[in-house]
Write a protein that binds this ligand. Structure first.
Ligand code: PLP
Length: 368
């Protein structure tokens, strides 16, 4: 195991949820799928609740059940099912269930007939993302079936929701088109006399940029971890604080002459006599191999670009001919005062979502 450490500032998550709460009159569903975007499912959820999240959102049923097992008693919605939906178990646990298709509705009805408590259902509508949800064409059939199930006392449709394809480009015409299709779906639910408690469409980007589309509930994910997916024009990061930091240590410092090749393939060659620092962190720890020669790290407040290739559990930095960096000094790979998740994303050609999931995978795991 290398010396890399991932730390999560749960107070920052609580602060971020509180900050988002000040931007909206809607309730907040803090999205904690994928182990809380790498920050820890249970820790992130508890922090989000402390910050005022009335709801938690997860993709997979086992995550919802893990939250219940950890003692969370608030509203939780789960929306991604494989072929083995533990419907009865989720209904027993009082988890709200998203419905994507008549088949899922059928499974919920069967579980209810089998004795599970009546489910709270949110109908997902595909208003244009082309991912989860019922198309507008199929919606009337699903609403009819749901209405019949309601009359039989098998479930209650408490929500209708959709998800945006281009929310991080707030001016994109699909945002308004999807909002329009969503309003149309809501009108269909109303015509079917469904008593919806919550209508929800907004992810982080939409929460930050389109207050007119907040409806009753917003579903921010990445923003609660302090990483807004859109630029704050004032440069203040919407007052959000990144919650994850990643550090390691210098494990070797040595002087080398000019012309010394560094790491596999000698992609980096020293120009002058200099001092190299070896850092205990590599691609086995989530440091993208493509970060070699591009990404920066910070030691004692100074930035150093990774010198040459990232190896499995180590990489090298060129500390320069005169340095006060010693073995044991902390290397800040990511976090306040050092490179951001967005810097890493830009360096390796991805999005900060993937950066925190990747580094977060290093955290000691709760048993899910
Ligand atoms: C992941 C997800 C979100 C949160 O998205 P962010 O961009 O992280 O805010 C909201 N809703 C659904 C359905 C999601 O899958």
């Amino acid at each position: 195991m290398s010396l890399i450490q991932v730390a999560v500032d749960t107070a920052a998550i609580a602060h971020n949820v509180r900050t988002l709460g000040q931007l909206t009159r809607a309730q907040i569903m803090a999205v904690v799928k994928a182990d809380g975007y790498g920050h820890g499912l249970v820790e992130a959820a508890a922090a989000a609740r402390a910050g005022g999240a009335a709801w938690l959102g997860v993709a997979q049923p086992h995550e919802a059940l893990a939250l219940r097992a950890a003692g969370d008693t608030g509203r939780i919605l789960t929306w991604l099912y494989g072929p083995e939906l533990p419907a009865a178990q989720l209904m027993q646990a009082g988890v709200d269930l998203s419905v994507n298709s008549p088949e899922v509705l059928g499974e919920i009805m069967a579980a209810s007939r089998g004795g599970a408590p009546s489910a709270r259902v949110h109908i997902a509508v595909d208003t244009g993302l082309g991912r989860e949800g019922v198309t507008l064409t199929d919606l009337p059939g699903v609403l009819d079936l749901a209405k019949a199930a309601e009359r039989e006392g098998l479930l209650r449709v408490v929500g209708m929701w959709s998800h945006l394809a281009w929310a991080d480009a707030p001016g994109h015409p699909t945002v308004d088109r999807q909002a329009q299709a969503f309003r149309q779906s809501l009108a269909m639910a109303q015509a079917a006399s469904m008593a919806l408690e919550v209508r929800h469409l907004a992810n982080s980007a939409c929460t930050l940029t389109r207050p007119d589309l907040h409806f009753d509930l917003v579903r921010p994910g990445i923003a609660i971890y302090g990483l807004p997916p859109v630029e704050d024009p004032t440069g203040a990061n919407f007052a959000l604080r990144p919650a994850m930091s990643v550090t390691s240590r210098v494990v070797l410092v040595k002087d080398v002459p000019a012309g010394h090749g560094v790491s596999y393939g000698h992609e980096y060659v020293t120009v002058l006599p200099t001092t190299l620092g070896l850092v205990s962190a590599g691609y086995a720890d989530g440091v993208f191999r493509s970060a070699g020669s591009v990404a920066e790290v910070s030691v004692k407040g100074r930035r150093y670009t990774i010198a040459g290739r990232v190896c499995m559990d180590q990489f090298v930095i060129d500390l320069g001919p005169v340095t006060d960096v010693c073995v044991g000094d902390e290397v800040l790979l990511m976090g306040p005062g050092g490179p951001s998740a967005r810097d890493w994303a830009a360096a390796v050609g991805t999005i900060d979502y993937e950066i925190v999931c990747r580094f977060g995978a290093l955290r000691p795991k709760e048993t899910l």
